[in-house]
Design a protein around this ligand. Structure first.
Ligand code: GNR
Ligand code: NI
Length: 165
């Protein structure tokens, strides 16, 4: 097990689109374990492989307080079932900034699990937001893309300045 380095906005590598996983190999399983360790240590409630500079369609999520309900989603797809929710979002790749984002409330998730088996479940609330946020990462999208250009450039400047310091 190892903790992985998390890329930070505005790193252009966060803008890469991730490619599908062809087969859930032991390497993929090991990456999932490292991503979970990295997410729990951060701490965060989700992590996409894109954030650790692996441009494959893999995400992990755990919104439980007890850190014992991990989801590993390989090649996830989302179907919107309905509803809207507005929630304050943060991102481990945009440290220190939190803003309201509007997203779908109820979603259906299709993915492979850590063993390569198909899984399907419905989600709402924070779990739904988190899965949508992670799937955005796989497309090279960040939550700051939903903000005004003014807010986004403010955050970019602050993070660039902080990185140089
Ligand atoms: O830790 C995280 N918290 C969070 C809060 C609200 C909405 C989404 C998230 S995901 C984030 C971790 C992260 O950056 N995942 O990509
Ligand atoms: Ni994020």
């Amino acid at each position: 097990m190892a903790q992985l380095n998390i890329l930070e906005f505005p790193d252009p590598r966060l803008r890469q689109r991730a490619s599908p996983v062809e087969r859930v190999t032991p390497r993929v399983t090991a990456l999932i374990d490292d991503m979970l360790e990295t997410m729990y240590a951060a701490p965060g409630v989700g992590l996409a492989a894109s954030q650790v500079d692996v441009h494959k369609r893999i995400v992990v999520v755990d919104v439980s307080d007890s850190h014992d309900q991990p989801y590993a989603l390989v090649n996830p797809t989302i179907e919107v079932l309905g509803g809207l929710q507005q929630r304050e979002e943060g991102c481990l790749s945009v440290p220190g900034f939190f803003e309201q984002v509007e997203r779908a409330d109820r979603i259906r998730v299709l993915a492979l699990d850590k063993l390569g088996n198909a899984q399907e479940f419905d989600a709402d609330g924070l779990l739904s937001v988190c899965i949508q946020h992670e799937c955005d990462h796989l497309e090279g999208r960040l939550f700051v893309d939903y903000l005004t250009a003014l807010k986004r450039s403010h955050i970019r400047k602050k993070l660039v300045k902080r990185t140089r310091a």
